[in-house]
Design a protein around this ligand. Structure first.
Ligand SMILES: Nc1ncnc2c1ncn2[C@@H]1O[C@H](COP(=O)(O)OP(=O)(O)OP(=O)(O)O)[C@@H](O)[C@H]1O
Ligand SMILES: [Mg+2]
Length: 209
């Protein structure tokens, strides 16, 4: 068995980190108060870890930031611009936010390269291929570009998912328990690798672990 570590040899232009701010944000599902008046600021380039017991609202907070949910109260701002508030709701695809969610699996019928290209629909095909290859280089999996997800280990698949999120160079990256599907030994390794890639990408990160 050959377990390789991520070395970030190929440096690509990094993201421009953005500031993410929650102002007294509330989200309820029916009678359940998932997020109760959270005020929080993640500074540009900062990696913030969200900890807390099951059901305390960590995933809900990321869904709010991503635009998958709309708050019932409060405001969400990116670089001072309102993404969600009483009179405004910017849809997910216009927020410039990358997501790595546990249940946001790779498409099994697409190659790893095609999976990473999925987030680059705005580019010409040749450019998209080039950018996707760069993102795969970043997680040290360029050699697996033509393979399919099922041909990779769990940790490698997780790195492809990270490459897919990084490819459009988001200013903000949200990761929800990205390591939970891995066994313990692999988890520590992939976590260390991911943090190294995140530091190099210089995006603002919120990560639930
Ligand atoms: N789609 C939904 N419909 C109804 N209630 C929901 C929904 N999603 C979450 N909830 C409820 O909102 C609360 C917060 O859930 P959330 O998923 O944000 O917690 P979490 O901190 O991510 O938990 P975990 O650590 O288990 O992932 C919980 O009480 C949950 O049952
Ligand atoms: Mg959760």
């Amino acid at each position: 068995m050959n377990i390789e570590a991520v070395s970030v040899r190929h440096r690509t232009p990094a993201s421009i980190a953005k500031e993410l701010r929650f102002e007294d944000v509330r989200l309820t599902y029916g009678a359940v108060e998932a997020v109760r008046g959270i005020t929080l600021e993640v500074r540009p380039g900062e990696v913030m870890c969200l900890l807390g017991q099951s059901g305390c609202g960590k995933t809900s907070l990321l869904r709010l930031a991503a635009g998958i949910e709309a708050p019932q109260f409060g405001r969400i701002l990116v670089d001072g611009q309102e993404m969600a508030g009483p009179d405004i709701f910017v849809p997910p695809e216009q927020r410039g936010i990358g997501l790595v969610f546990q249940d946001y699996a790779l498409f099994p019928h697409l190659t790893n390269l095609q999976n990473v290209m999925f987030g680059l629909s705005g580019l010409r095909r040749s450019e998209a291929v080039q950018e996707a290859l760069r993102a795969l280089q970043r997680v040290d999996l360029e050699s697996a570009a033509q393979a399919y997800p099922h041909e990779l280990s769990g940790g490698q698949q997780q790195r492809v998912a990270l490459a897919r999120a990084l490819a459009p160079r988001p200013g903000i990256l949200l990761l929800d328990e990205p390591f939970s599907g891995l066994d313990r030994r692999l988890r520590d390794q992939v976590r260390a690798e991911t943090l190294a890639v995140l530091r190099d990408a210089r995006a603002t990160c919120m990560i639930v672990t």
